[in-house]
Design a protein around this ligand. Structure first.
Ligand code: SF4
Length: 662
């Protein structure tokens, strides 16, 4: 495979073409490298990734406390330990140098953000002040000093971040650079800061040391730089001594989703291609590449020279080794859910992972070989039950799993139904593969009760019986045209033309989108019609977003989607608007009658017409059987929704814990 072949960046040879781009993890305290950070990356290096980038490493006071800092020599010993950890496993490691500009938060840095010009940030809600020329030159020097410290700590390379809307991209963009001096005005002057940073880093590290640049292949900002300007910038950076380009998508403020599962896999690889056509050094393609087959296709097509897989490495540190040893079916693929990683980053919490319970817990003892080997019965094949079965079987226990439905997966199967959410299905695929490989006896369509659990004679029982949707005490709820969202997603309930969904949490919003997309033009048809100029763009857009149903979501709280993670919520709400879903918030359903729903909207009565009413008001634990079994058998564990309704992230972690200790 090209993916597994070596490549040089500058004079440094990487053993393969898989790069783990820098990602903020929240494992540092006061800017110092922690043991957890070292172990996290040591595990990824052991898994065979060609190059690990860490950071952003703050080059000055505008970085914040749980970032890696590189703005003082006192951080070098910790950074050296990090490098040693990765090198001890045969890996290569680069430090990403970071200056946020108007994306810094004054409550974290203790000072007002700075920027080329005083243009407020939609990300932080803050107004920066314009940098003076002297201050600009100080920052250029801080980049150089950061690079010198990285080299002193033993890093194999450095990278400057010139993407995502951070300071270098702010200088480059006419949206945020409104200066009219040597650092602003025309494109040449807007490039000046980035080029000076590149030259100062090169001067600080010498001619033979690899210098990379992270660039956004397109800002995806109205009036911002496109792939064309970025290619021109990269050409100039190459002349300034940059050895490779790491190409990602747009700014944090963009309304183009890039990091959620709504973005198709590999959707932004074309940005790397545009840069690659302009330069003569290696180019790394990034964003939503979670699969070695896709990675290989990108390389084989000549779109890029390397692939960046950051979250994919959080999800499965052994992705490269598994690929190299023919075990790609055993790879836990990142699904782009952001539940454990980016949602944590945006709320200043340490990173974990929905599909990998060990991510962020690398210092904790690994599950040990079973002693003694037990007969384990897992009741329930949702995420918690599957993980408990996997971990227990991997330790050597004899495991049987009963699932009352026709297939494994539980609510993951429902989560995977709406278009753009199919990645949840890959989690189920992974467990099907792993449980079969580990010899777990799976019995589908097997309903558990007290008698058959007891007579099975297991040494340990894991109860993962899940949850059921709540039927709220609303007058008229028992009528035929009132159905549960779970049944709609499972294809067990049909809906009419006018649909009111009661409950605007994650399930209600996803169900609304699923229904609102019924009858819209699919991606393949859209592509075909567009290429053949069959319809104009406005018509195509309308056909792609105008479905056959009229969908309204009713939510009690002030906003819909309150339980959706911060990185995905705006995307889902944006999609709902795009597909014409109406949302009524601060409203309570008082009564459902034949023609619709009577609402109380802040004391005012409102009647909504509906031929189908969909309930999405939450779920309740199915714990009765668990409680009975706990009293009768000596070793019983409860996991997942059976304990209390929870996210898949928490259910899988609980399953992992149960499988580890029984
Ligand atoms: Fe990927 Fe979700 Fe894990 Fe983040 S939490 S690494 S998005 S699977």
């Amino acid at each position: 495979m090209i993916l597994l072949s070596p490549i040089k960046i500058g004079r440094v040879e990487l053993k393969n073409r898989v790069v783990m781009p820098a990602m903020h993890l929240g494992y540092c305290r006061d800017g110092f490298v922690s043991e957890q950070l070292v172990e996290f990356y040591r595990v990824r290096a052991r898994g065979g990734v060609g190059l690990i980038m860490v950071g952003g490493c703050a080059i000055d006071k505008y970085g914040h406390g749980n970032m890696i800092r590189i703005d003082d020599d006192r951080y070098i010993p910790g950074l050296t330990e990090l490098v040693k950890g990765v090198h001890s496993e045969g890996g290569k490691i680069a430090a990403q140098l970071f200056q946020p500009g108007r994306y810094s938060y004054s409550f974290l840095s203790g000072t007002q953000p700075v920027a080329p010009s005083p243009v407020p940030s939609k990300l932080t809600g803050q107004m920066p002040r314009a940098l003076t020329v002297d201050e600009i030159q100080e920052i250029v020097e801080a980049f150089a000093q950061g690079a010198a410290r990285a080299k002193a700590a033993g890093f194999d390379a450095v990278e400057a971040i010139g993407s995502a809307g951070y300071l270098i991209s702010q200088f480059l963009s006419p949206v945020t650079n409104q200066r009219d001096d040597e650092y602003g005005g025309d494109f040449e002057r807007r490039m000046r800061f980035g080029l000076e940073v590149a030259r100062s880093i090169r001067a600080a590290v010498g001619p033979d040391y690899p210098v990379l640049f992270r660039v956004g292949g397109n800002d995806f900002m109205p009036g911002g730089n496109t792939n064309r300007e970025m290619a021109m910038f990269c050409k100039r950076l190459e002349e300034a001594g940059v050895d490779a380009f790491n190409v990602t998508g747009g700014w944090h403020e963009t309304r183009v989703p890039q990091i959620t599962m709504a973005a198709p896999r590999g959707a932004f690889v074309y940005l790397a291609r545009g840069i690659r056509e302009a330069v003569n050094v290696p180019v790394i393609a990034c964003n939503r590449i979670n699969d070695p087959e896709l990675a290989e296709e990108i390389l084989a097509s000549g779109l890029a020279d390397l692939v960046g897989m950051a979250r994919a490495m959080i999800a499965d540190p052994d992705l490269v080794t598994k690929t190299a040893t023919g075990q790609s079916g055993a790879i836990r693929k990142c699904i782009g859910c952001n539940q454990g990683c980016l949602d944590a980053v945006f709320t200043m919490k340490p990173v974990s992972c929905l599909v990998n319970a060990r991510a962020g817990r690398e210092l904790e003892k690994e599950p040990q070989p079973a002693q003694p080997v037990k007969q384990v019965l897992v009741v329930g094949g949702g995420p918690g039950g599957m993980e408990a079965a996997r971990v227990a079987a991997r330790r050597g226990h004899r495991v049987t799993l009963w699932e009352k439905g026709p297939r494994l997966g539980g609510q993951l199967n429902l989560a995977a139904v709406p278009p753009g959410r199919e990645e949840f299905g890959t989690v189920v695929e992974y467990y099907n593969h792993e449980l079969a490989r580990l010899g777990v006896q799976i019995e589908l369509g097997k309903e558990a009760d007290e008698d058959n659990i007891k007579s099975f004679g297991a040494d340990a029982v894991v109860m993962a019986t899940g949850a059921a949707p709540i039927e709220p005490p609303i007058a008229g709820v028992g009528q035929d045209h009132v159905v549960q969202a779970w049944d709609v997603l499972a294809g067990k309930a049909s809906t009419g033309k006018k649909v009111v969904i009661i409950g605007g949490g994650a399930v209600g919003c996803e169900t609304a989108l699923y229904l609102a997309r019924k009858g819209t033009l699919n991606a393949e048809a859209l592509h075909f019609l567009a290429l053949n100029n069959a319809e104009n763009w406005d018509t195509l857009k309308e056909l792609a977003t105008r479905g056959v149903k009229d969908v309204t979501v009713v939510e009690m709280q002030r906003a819909a989607g309150a339980d959706i993670g911060v990185s995905s919520r705006w995307v889902i709400l944006q999609e709902m608007r795009r597909f014409g879903v109406k949302t009524i918030t601060g409203a309570t359903a008082r009564e459902i009658n034949e023609g619709g729903v009577v609402l109380d909207v802040q004391g005012q009565e409102k009647v909504l017409e509906a031929d189908t009413v969909v309930l999405a008001v939450g779920s309740r634990s199915l714990s009765d059987l668990c409680e009975k079994i706990k009293e009768q058998l000596p070793e019983v564990y409860m996991v997942g929704d059976a304990v209390a309704p929870r996210k898949a992230l928490d259910a899988i972690y609980q399953g992992y814990l149960a499988g580890s200790v029984l």
